[in-house]
Design a protein around this ligand. Structure first.
Ligand code: 16G
Length: 245
């Protein structure tokens, strides 16, 4: 923080004024991601407010994900997550995308099993009557950073053992000659619901991208229907556009 007297933005309770002042300092680059915040006492003296006010403002910013507290070492401006640029014109798998960037991936299983299909799954996957659906839901991470939640549905005939897919669904499908060759993808803006925000380690209500992918085999049959939720602060989807004929 620069030396000299501090002028808080006016209006509202004092702790919110202080909160806004800290946010402005981050946006203007006066303090950067990863920088330590002055101690509670120093900040209270500098801004001329009580330590209770500082604590309230800081707690709010921690809740918003703007600041992080590390036990024993203080409060820091939250590190900025590196954005991932993802092509929209190629049909690739999460594992392949990340491998190409040299990023280590892992998955945390949220669900995997065979279920009675929903009417939507029956229609989209073209299931015959009595056919079960294989559902695999994963939190996809690079290191400790969650990037997306993916909930995939496939016919149980294609995937009779959902627990056996290993690290990559597409690699597994490749083995049985069922790798999709085409997909339709729909992307929608969304504010993350509490549970999803919690899994993705961002504040509830943060921006997210809902992505639906329906993938097809060469025969035209739908092989996969996946609903994903990607973190809005992490992903840029990029497509090359060409002039039409
Ligand atoms: C991608 C696909 C997802 C597919 C997964 C397979 C999007 C939005 N989704 O994440 O539909 O199931 O790749 O990845 O791109 P895997 O082979 O690493 O399991």
């Amino acid at each position: 923080f620069a030396d000299g007297p501090v002028v808080l933005p006016s209006g509202g309770p004092l702790y919110l004024q202080l909160k806004r002042w800290i946010e402005d300092a981050i946006h203007s680059g006066a303090i950067n991601p990863g920088d330590a915040l002055p101690s509670e006492r120093d900040l209270a003296t500098k801004v001329d407010v009580s330590r209770v006010t500082v604590r309230k403002a800081v707690l709010q910013l921690v809740k918003d994900g703007v600041l992080v507290q590390r036990h024993g070492s203080g409060t820091f401006v939250a590190p900025q997550t590196q954005r991932v640029e993802q092509s929209l014109s190629q049909l690739t798998s999460f594992t392949e995308d990340m491998a190409r960037r040299g990023m280590a991936v892992r998955a945390e299983w949220l669900d995997r099993g065979l279920y009675l299909p929903s009417p939507e799954e029956t229609v989209i996957l073209g299931l015959s009557s009595g056919e079960q659906v294989a559902r695999i839901s994963r939190l996809r991470l690079t290191g400790d950073t969650p990037l997306a939640i993916e909930r995939a549905s496939l016919s149980s005939r294609i995937l009779p053992d959902p627990a056996g897919i290993g690290d990559s669904l597409y690699k597994h499908l490749d083995k049985s000659g069922n790798r999709p060759i085409r997909a339709i993808q729909r992307i929608r803006a969304a504010n993350l619901a509490d549970e999803d925000a919690h899994l993705l380690q961002v504040p509830a209500g943060s921006a997210g991208l809902n992505i639906e992918r329906t993938s097809y085999l060469a025969s035209g049959r739908v092989i996969e229907f996946t609903r994903s939720i990607y973190r809005g602060d992490t992903y840029d989807f990029v497509a090359e556009l060409r002039i039409g004929d």
